[in-house]
Design a protein around this ligand. Structure first.
Ligand SMILES: NC(=O)c1ccc[n+]([C@@H]2O[C@H](COP(=O)([O-])OP(=O)(O)OC[C@H]3O[C@@H](n4cnc5c(N)ncnc54)[C@H](O)[C@@H]3O)[C@@H](O)[C@H]2O)c1
Length: 326
């Protein structure tokens, strides 16, 4: 474990107690970055407790929409990773006004603070679901957006806000694939994590939308992508949009009929043609690879095996509890 180093910028991670943040914050600290987390702790989050006395770690409990709390979190900060949001289609659909405020207004407040304090590096967690119902062709960063949920619409609006050249800052937008894998803040509502939990607890997995495309990304690899953007020369990332994932990790959902039993022995998979979720997108990841030399090191199989082992271990007493879903 390295100690915070004075040549590493101090990084504010909003939403840092969440699924991604709990992995990213530890990765940043272990690389010597001083880290501030601002989080309102929506999900019984005790996932950062072990960091309380770690040198270089500071926690601010608060909301990005609350000026005083946001200002306190920004003290001494030189770079920002903005993760805080109401995350996922279901959570946004439950309370549209809160989703628009938390995601769009919240991002505007973070941008304002960066401008006021001359924080030049702002990385934003967007999603490949901005491509929505995307068909079979590969989707690039400049492909048309076709969001099919309020969640994705809020992310489109955040991107527009951040990439508007007149605002004087040049943030970096990372469009993340669908995540999977172990995090100290576990989420079992994410597709692969859900399949691994179902397969482990009941031996049966049901999948909707056989022909749909979805790119998958391990949570460890997403943390690596944020670090790669923080450490890249500014001119390579400023004002850029990157799809984050790997061309190898685009799957039609029906592929999991074979993959799941290979990862979870004895699991039976049923594929339903009926489509609840209209999202389908097959994404190209050449840009981030070309610009930053970034590629993933973990696969969907790795995530399925890992989450299967986690659930089978019994370490999480009740994986079906609402606290593991958004
Ligand atoms: N998990 C995925 O598959 C995925 C995919 C693409 C993009 N993303 C994006 O990555 C980011 C993090 O996602 P996650 O999976 O870690 O979600 P998460 O729900 O686990 O974490 C979000 C965290 O933000 C906090 N938060 C929410 N609103 C806040 C506010 N107004 N002020 C302060 N804190 C607030 C919550 O308490 C929570 O700890 C989000 O912006 C999400 O849209 C996630």
């Amino acid at each position: 474990m390295s100690r915070p180093s004075s040549d590493r910028p101090s990084v504010l991670v909003t939403g840092g107690a969440g699924y991604i943040g709990s992995v990213l914050v530890r990765m940043l600290l272990s690389r010597g970055y001083p880290v501030v987390v601002l989080d309102r702790l929506m999900y019984e989050n005790y996932h950062l407790l072990d960091l309380f006395e770690r040198p270089g770690f500071r926690f601010v409990r608060g909301d990005v929409l609350e000026g005083a709390e946001l200002a306190r979190a920004f003290e001494g900060v030189e770079a920002v990773v903005h993760l805080a949001a109401i995350v996922g289609d279901a959570a946004c659909a439950r309370d549209a006004a809160a989703a628009i405020a938390g995601n769009v207004e919240g991002t505007a407040r973070v941008l304002e603070q960066c401008l006021a304090r001359h924080v030049e590096r702002l990385l934003f967690a967007s999603t490949c679901s901005v491509y929505g119902a995307g068909g079979d062709g590969e989707l690039f960063e400049d492909s048309a957006q076709n969001p099919v949920s309020l969640y994705a619409e809020t992310k489109v609006r955040c991107e527009e806000l951040l990439l508007d050249k007149s605002n004087g800052l040049a943030p970096t937008v990372l469009r993340l694939s669908t995540l999977h894998g172990f995090s100290p803040r576990m989420r079992f509502d994410l597709a692969l994590n859900f399949f691994a939990m179902q397969g482990t607890l009941s031996g049966r997995v049901t999948i909707d939308g056989a022909r749909h495309w979805r790119p998958m990304l391990h949570v460890y690899d997403v943390a690596r992508a944020f670090v790669a953007c923080l450490e890249a020369p500014r001119e390579k990332v400023a004002g850029q949009v990157f799809n984050v994932g790997s061309n190898r990790e685009n799957y039609r959902m029906e592929a999991f009929r074979e993959i799941i039993p290979q990862c979870i022995p004895g699991a039976e998979v049923q594929i339903h043609a009926n489509v609840v979720d209209r999202r389908s997108y097959r994404v190209n990841f050449d840009k981030i690879r070309g610009a930053l030399g970034y590629d993933t090191v973990r696969s969907a199989r790795d995530g399925l095996v890992e989450v299967h082992r986690l659930v089978a271990s019994g370490l999480i007493a009740d994986p079906q509890s609402a606290k593991y879903r958004n």
